[in-house]
Design a protein around this ligand. Structure first.
Ligand code: SF4
Length: 432
């Protein structure tokens, strides 16, 4: 049987054109996906956690779901300030339950945005987000800039589906109708494909955006180069941006995690806003995980804030730098953690991981990871988008419905696990 229009639960492209061939309850092949997406489906059985686990005397012991959930509830209700973190590789329905759990517990809730595009969100809160959907890019863009990102590696079908190669309504010759500029600190595989690669010095993006805005607004930068770009090239770049019919600036962690961080994005957005005095120009964050955007959406509807929300005061408090996962772990300001659909032990700084390993830690995940190794309770779950359906938001804010293509009856879903935890936490707290 072939299941069509399957949505890929891997990166922020959220490709919705996959064809998955299923025989019995086995995935046999995946059409249209890139290597990363195909691996998500074809390697579904690898590195799975088989049973719920509880660590006793330094060793994991297999237990029932009931016991593991009881232990998780005990840890969370005994904590004064628990941290709930992860969420970018699970559905919006799970996010909703987790936010209620955070509120009931008086916990802090945060997702992977705080280590990727959190700075973009901070900039957007200050200066807005002149953005579009990827469909508009496909149909209209004649100038595409990738700045500080490498989609060939991180979002492999981004260029072929949305930005460079597809034939669009007003760009019917595809790539021939578009110009690709890549701005980066090194010549990446994406840069190899560019019509113009602009190599910049690491950490100078803020100055470069500032110089471009100055030139665009008819000022003089009084310098022969900025951030490694000669003045003549800065002028040429401004002319190209001004002269296009529909431009788009995609940016990645090369901007959010270097130099001036959220100020880079702030200045980039202001440049795009200024360009709209001359032409139509937009900007878009290359969101990483397939549903990192979804968590920010749901948390914003529920609390008014997109990530790093602290409920310890009894109402939502948002102050990244104080309330995000890494700041809390490094300040030793949480006393237990529940991690779901994320692997912070592999991606957080060592100081944070060391503290995470010291506090009672619950991990909900289908797969073994570095974080499951340091956990006290490990609860295996179904893979959303393969074994369980749910909602997710693409990098441009377009919601899509993830499908279930095979059964995994031996596991509970993230949603079932979180609902059971919430129910028991509520019972326990009400008894107090
Ligand atoms: S580009 Fe991303 S969403 Fe599309 S198939 Fe590859 S991993 Fe999946």
């Amino acid at each position: 049987m072939k299941v069509e229009d399957v949505v890929c639960p891997f990166c922020g492209c959220l490709c919705d054109d996959l064809i998955v061939e299923v025989e019995g309850n086995e995935i046999k092949s995946v059409e249209n996906a890139c290597k990363l997406g195909a691996h998500r489906f074809l390697a579904i059985k690898k590195n799975r956690i088989k049973k719920p686990l509880i660590k006793e005397n330094g060793k994991f012991k297999e237990v029932s779901y009931e016991k593991a959930i009881d232990k998780a509830v005990e840890i969370l209700t005994n904590a004064k300030k628990p941290l709930l973190y992860g969420f970018s590789s699970t559905s919006c329905e799970v996010h909703e339950v987790a936010i209620e759990l955070a509120e009931v517990l008086g916990a802090v809730i945060d997702n992977t945005a705080s280590v990727c595009h959190g700075p973009s969100i901070l900039a957007i809160q200050e200066v807005g987000y002149p953005s579009v959907t990827l469909g508009e890019v496909k149909n209209r863009a004649d100038l595409v800039i990738y700045w500080g990102c490498n989609p060939m590696h991180a979002h492999p079908r981004h260029m072929s589906r949305y930005s460079i190669f597809p034939r669009g309504m007003f760009r019917d010759k595809g790539k021939i109708d578009r110009e690709l500029i890549v701005v980066d600190v090194r010549k990446t595989e994406t840069a190899e494909l560019a019509d113009w690669f602009i190599k910049v010095k690491p950490g100078y993006d803020y100055e470069i955006f500032n110089a471009l805005r100055t030139i665009l607004n008819k000022g003089d930068i009084n310098r022969s180069e900025v951030g490694g770009i000669p003045k003549e090239d800065l002028k040429k770049l401004v002319e190209k941006m001004k002269g296009c019919k529909f431009g788009i600036l995609f940016f990645g962690v090369g901007l959010t995690m270097s130099g001036a961080k959220h100020r880079n994005i702030f200045e980039g957005i202001k440049l795009v806003r200024d360009l709209n005095n001359y032409t139509k120009f937009s900007i878009m964050a290359m969101r990483g995980h397939y549903n990192v955007t979804g968590f920010n959406e749901v948390l914003t509807w529920e609390t008014g804030y997109p990530f790093a929300v602290d409920f310890t005061r009894g109402y939502p408090w948002f102050n990244p730098g104080e309330t995000d996962a890494n700041s809390l772990l490094q300040a030793k300001d949480v006393d237990a953690a529940l991690i779901i659909a994320s692997d912070p032990a592999a991606h957080f700084p060592m100081e944070s991981v060391k503290y995470l390993a010291k506090i009672p830690l619950i991990v909900i995940d289908p797969f073994e990871s570095l974080t499951t190794k340091i956990a006290d309770v490990v609860i295996p779950s179904k893979v959303v988008g393969v074994e369980e359906e749910g909602s997710a938001y693409r990098m441009d804010g377009v919601p899509l419905r993830l499908k279930k293509v095979i059964d995994a009856e031996e596991y509970l879903s993230d949603l079932e696990i979180m609902e059971r935890i919430l129910e028991r936490v509520k019972e326990k707290i009400l008894k107090r």
